[in-house]
Ligand binder design. Structure first.
Ligand SMILES: [Zn+2]
Length: 364
């Protein structure tokens, strides 16, 4: 993999990633007159739930579903206004979000607590939010990227994880993708994001607590027990030598897969080359099943669950959550009273049925 770092007109970093052996030249400057965006994000502590909430009011003015000929993620081509990417072509590009929820250059001047709430601690929204553009082709869905590009993406995610984890103050690195307009994607061009949080997200805290509780109660290793049971169970959808994709026993989304490597690794940088190739293959297979389950592709969220940067690394087992809010053609699962109000998911599908449906999808 070849990585080239450049600066955009407003000082943000842009990185070009290519497979080894590619002809690389990235000397086209960003000629836009682009003022730097000040970031005033704040974290505020929800004392009742024991978790952080991020406030990023400056994001209200961000680009929302621009027409395809004004896509900011497309390459810059003659006769059209310059985009975020100065070059006329690229393989994978990563750059800092122009309207980040978290930034290393965040305004540090934050009152210690929320007005009138001494228990609601406040902190600057320190961190980093990156955009990962999967291809220069505006119309190619991630399910159609092909094995080589997906493999490059795995290497890019691993590189971003290692790089962002090395920033002092970053506690968790989270690569993810929102796919499909109906779940709030504001740009149609195939892309994902990487968030570097200055805290452990509550899902990670809860999983670590479950691992600890399981060890106290049984002496066992929860991740190892789950992976071993699921690999031999009725909800496996697809597998190869190094990875298995299964519908989790207590799936909460209408369509949900988890991809686990067969060996405990904390995060993407810890995967071997062979494991990365096998992951790209199974990830592509899983995206294909989601794309072809119904007549039109399903929306989905792909969420990488990696070990924290510092705490609990030896307990963690890297995995991907891939889930869709689509219940049926034209029908979405809404997070209504029980889910949104109480966090209690009610599912009207059965995980074993869903596994069988996804096993039977024929990907052309
Ligand atoms: Zn585009």
């Amino acid at each position: 993999m070849i990585r080239t770092s450049r600066r955009m007109a407003d000082g943000r970093e842009i990185l070009y990633y290519e497979v080894d052996g590619s002809a690389v030249s990235h000397d086209t400057p960003d000629t836009r007159d682009l003022p730097a965006v000040g970031t005033h994000s704040q974290l505020r502590w929800d004392a009742l739930l024991g978790e952080w909430v991020v406030y990023a009011a400056h994001r209200q003015s961000r680009t929302f579903l621009p027409p395809a000929d004004e896509c900011p993620l497309c390459p810059t081509r003659p006769g059209r206004p310059p985009t975020e990417v100065p070059e006329a072509d690229y393989q994978v590009v990563v750059f800092e979000n122009r309207f980040p929820s978290l930034a290393t250059a965040v305004d540090p001047d934050v009152p210690p607590t929320a007005p009138g709430a001494p228990y609601a601690e406040q902190r600057p929204g320190f961190g980093r939010c990156e955009v990962v553009v999967f291809t220069s082709d505006h119309d190619r869905a991630p399910a159609e990227l092909g094995a080589e590009r997906l493999r490059l993406l795995v290497d890019v995610w691993a590189d971003r994880t290692a790089t962002l984890a090395a920033i002092e103050g970053v506690e968790y690195v989270y690569p993810f993708e929102n796919h499909g307009e109906e779940i709030g994607v504001t740009l149609g061009h195939p892309h994902g994001q990487v968030y570097a949080y200055p805290f452990l997200p509550s899902r990670v805290e809860r999983v670590l607590a479950s691992v600890e509780r399981h060890r106290e109660q049984t002496g066992g290793d929860l991740f190892a027990d789950v992976v071993a049971a699921e690999r031999g169970g009725p909800r496996v959808v697809a597998a190869n030598e190094h990875w298995t994709a299964f519908v989790p026993a207590a799936a909460r989304w209408p369509y949900e897969l988890q991809l686990f490597p067969h060996r405990r690794v904390p995060d993407l940088p810890a995967l071997t080359g062979e494991e990365r190739t096998a992951l790209a293959e199974l990830f592509g297979d899983s995206l294909g099943r989601f794309a072809h389950r119904f007549d039109e592709p399903m929306n989905y969220i792909a969420a990488w669950n990696q070990a924290p940067v510092h705490r609990g690394r030896e307990d963690w087992w890297l995995h991907l959550q891939l889930f869709s809010l689509r219940r049926a053609p034209g029908k979405l699962k809404y997070l209504a009273g029980s889910e949104s109000g109480m966090g209690a998911f009610i599912s009207d599908t059965s995980p074993e049925d869903v596994a069988e449906q996804l096993r039977n999808v024929v990907v052309p």
